[in-house]
Design a binder for this molecule. Structure first.
Ligand SMILES: NC(=O)c1ccc[n+]([C@@H]2O[C@H](COP(=O)([O-])OP(=O)(O)OC[C@H]3O[C@@H](n4cnc5c(N)ncnc54)[C@H](O)[C@@H]3O)[C@@H](O)[C@H]2O)c1
Length: 454
């Protein structure tokens, strides 16, 4: 063993961590770099459908990418640039669909010129899936990381005001939650009754908006929502719309990099300002979109609004969001309508006997039909694709289908593991792809969690 510093558990400089986590391929594969301290690194990856090989197990390339992310992090953890020379990998057990692989790298040997690392990737049940012995050439070139996070707003800076356009269920609830959290909130609605109700909750009603401007109007009204309003030229604009790619296509040409799409995953079948509930966002996931040209400091300002309202932030691209919500929201709306219509055809006796499973499966049919229609038609492509997948499932033999559905529920990790994520696009997107979310904003990081078998 070479001249290793004693392991005092101290992490590397946050700016170095941020640089090491800024790995676009890792982000693409959903690999989250979880910890780096001198001589040690850990990263995790969930074996999703996109990471499988032809026989349906974790692709060797994906597993090696996980090992390589850890190799890069641990070998650069001393603050000088290390260059990979060799990685010898043994594949010992297949990574299965849904497995959460955690790779840990430790320093076996380090001299002034070279270093050797052992990296093990294990599944949640302790199975050793792959092990690697890796060597680097060590340069004396330091990582230039000083001051790299200076362009981000820091938590001690005053939070900007929030201007909410549309003070109905979602907008009214957000405005009320933010007032309760001590944020300065302004707002506007075309409906005088909604304006009055919001004013009574501490919202300053005005047509002049600045800071973070939130469009909380129905999807068809999104494009024209700022007409007749004065919006500060440096304001960040976000929205709460249930689909993201069409809203992005409408608003990016107008607001450019100042627009950051968002979608809180909460709400009820009620609508209008009467449905205002300041606790609506508590514990909810809130997708905040990160496109290649999204300005990260503005993304962070929008994420802070979601966190202040009590939600957890899921970093995601608009396209990924739309595919995901088609599967878990838009198709369920269509299925609920189909179930209800088919049960009505079965007659009054069937409806009279309907109990829990029918009620739960059809709850969302109470939603405003215009709202649901705008939502599914606004996301027609991904919704049709997700519906086709459901139809394929329905064609399976029933015992097989029921067992497959049950296995998904049984296999969903119940636990969570806390991770720190640097303010970096690919690292943030990796957190979202891994099924995690941001829960707290820290100075140079955000803190969040990823699912964990516990
Ligand atoms: N309801 C849900 O479950 C839910 C969940 C997540 C996201 N969303 C999204 O949130 C947004 C708002 O939905 P909601 O449920 O709060 O609707 P809502 O009908 O309760 O409220 C919309 C409000 O916008 C106002 N409005 C309409 N056009 C306007 C305009 N041009 N300028 C100013 N105000 C205008 C209306 O008067 C109303 O008060 C939608 O884009 C929807 O996709 C809804």
């Amino acid at each position: 063993m070479a001249d290793q510093p004693p392991d005092d558990g101290a992490d590397v400089d946050p700016a170095l961590f941020a640089r090491l986590a800024a790995d676009p391929l890792a982000g693409h594969l959903g690999i989250v770099l979880e910890q780096v301290r001198p001589g040690y690194a850990r990263a995790a990856m969930t074996v999703g459908p996109q990471l499988l090989n032809a026989v349906g197990t974790a692709h060797g390339g994906a597993t090696m990418a996980l090992l390589d992310v850890v190799h890069a992090a641990v070998s650069n953890s001393h603050g000088t640039v290390a260059v990979a020379q060799d990685v010898h990998t043994e594949f010992l057990a297949p990574g299965r669909p849904g497995d959460r692989l955690v790779a840990e790298g430790t320093e076996v040997h380090r001299s002034s010129r070279t270093a050797v690392y052992r990296i093990d990737a294990r599944a949640q049940d302790g199975r050793l899936v792959a092990t690697a012995l890796a060597r680097v050439f060590r340069t004396e070139r330091p990582w230039g990381v000083a001051g790299m996070t200076s362009s981000f707003p820091v938590p001690t800076m005053p939070a900007p005001p929030v201007g909410v356009v549309g003070l109905g269920q979602l907008g009214g609830s957000l405005a009320a939650a933010l007032v309760a959290a001590g944020r300065e909130v302004t707002g506007w609605d075309v409906d005088p009754a909604a304006r009055e109700a919001a004013a009574a909750r501490g919202v300053r009603i005005t047509r002049e908006l600045e800071g973070v401007v939130v469009l909380a109007v129905p999807l068809p009204a999104m494009a024209g929502a700022l007409e007749g309003l004065a919006v500060a030229p440096d304001a960040t604009v976000t929205d709460l719309g249930s689909v993201k790619a069409p809203v992005l296509a409408q608003l990016r040409p107008v607001h450019g990099g100042r627009f950051v799409g968002g979608h809180p995953m909460c709400g009820t079948e009620r609508s209008g300002h009467e449905a205002t509930d300041p606790a609506l966002f508590t514990g909810a996931r809130w997708a905040v979109c990160l496109e290649p040209d999204t300005e990260l400091p503005r993304w962070l300002r929008v994420a802070e609004v979601a966190l202040a309202a009590g939600a957890e932030v899921v970093p995601v691209t608009a396209a990924e969001h739309d595919d995901a919500v088609a599967a878990i929201s838009h198709v369920p709306h269509l299925l609920a309508a189909a179930l209800a219509a088919a049960a009505a055809e079965a007659g009054p006796l069937a409806l009279a006997l309907a109990a829990g499973s029918f009620r739960d499966g059809t709850r969302v049919i109470a939603s405003d039909p215009a709202f649901v229609t705008a939502m599914v038609e606004g996301n027609a492509g991904p919704t049709a694709a997700a519906l086709a997948r459901v139809q394929e499932q329905l064609a399976r033999p029933w015992p097989e289908l029921i067992a497959a559905g049950h296995a998904v529920r049984a296999g969903t990790p119940a636990g969570r593991r806390v991770v720190r994520v640097p303010l970096d696009r690919s690292a943030l997107l990796a957190l979202g792809r891994a099924g995690g979310a941001v829960s707290t904003r820290l100075a140079a990081f955000v803190e969040g969690w990823v699912p964990d078998a516990g």
